[in-house]
Design a protein around this ligand. Sequence first.
Ligand SMILES: NC(=O)c1ccc[n+]([C@@H]2O[C@H](COP(=O)([O-])OP(=O)(O)OC[C@H]3O[C@@H](n4cnc5c(N)ncnc54)[C@H](OP(=O)(O)O)[C@@H]3O)[C@@H](O)[C@H]2O)c1
Length: 278
Amino acid sequence: MTTTAPTVALSGGATMPRLGLGTWPMDDAESERVVAEAVEAGYRLFDTAENYRNERGVGRGVKASGAAREDLFVTTKFNKRWHGVAEAAEACERSLDLMGLDYLDLLLIHWPNPDQDRYVDAWKGMIRLREQGRVKAIGTSNFKPSHLERLIAETGVAPEVNQIQLSPLTTRGEARAFHAEHGIVTESWSPLGGDGVDALREPVVAELAERYGRTPGQVVLRWHMELGLVTVPKSSNSERLRENLDVFDFSLDEADVAALSALDRGEGAAADSDKFGH
Ligand SMILES: NC(=O)c1ccc[n+]([C@@H]2O[C@H](COP(=O)([O-])OP(=O)(O)OC[C@H]3O[C@@H](n4cnc5c(N)ncnc54)[C@H](OP(=O)(O)O)[C@@H]3O)[C@@H](O)[C@H]2O)c1
């Protein structure tokens, strides 16, 4: 039987799978192949971005899968040059064109780039895109509570999702609490610790994997599920692709969730979006 992830209701009315496929750093050819394979394996959520330069491949993979469009949930993000009302609309159209789609499920402002100070205008553009039906849901990525506060104060509209760097090594407690208070779903990027899969190398992860009879990757992804997060692990490997989705038939004890959370290295271990962004 194919596993599909459970879903979460977003504040704007859309329904988002809790676990999907990250596509960075796949190129067009790889993302086309892996997205089609992932749909077959049960994935319904796909995460891409203008910056990954693979939107065309992701779109082709979606088409090649033969799945009904309404059964899939496609997210993309745009770079700082599109921070403006008209610019956000153009970014959306460019992504739709590249992917060969007629709507997006979720569009994110990729980084706040506070130096440029135009993310509120980008957000106003996003609100309009949702009203026009070009996107079903709108959100942000790498926004700190201070950036989110400004969006809410100046537009009265909170993002539906904020995608941030989050794993047992960077648990982002303050951000998660702010999101919960404002009805914002937290989505984890680099859920396994990123390219070096740093979170999987921790002895406690190995110990739990052994005890639960699961792989280190499954233990860490289950931790994301226990915290109520949405996440998008990346794998281009057939076996790991299936392994990562197979986390819905077991749960971690509270003490084990806490033991993983105790690996947190603090905010300083996460990328600082006041200093970095594209
Ligand atoms: N919003 C942002 O600014 C931002 C930034 C970074 C990433 N993202 C998104 O988040 C997604 C995930 O983040 P990420 O790719 O940085 O890191 P990740 O998903 O934490 O880790 C990916 C790495 O883990 C390996 N891997 C996957 N499953 C595994 C398993 N079960 N056991 C052992 N190794 C495993 C992958 O290799 P194989 O492919 O060989 O399996 C890859 O090297 C990205 O693809 C992207 O869509 C967003």
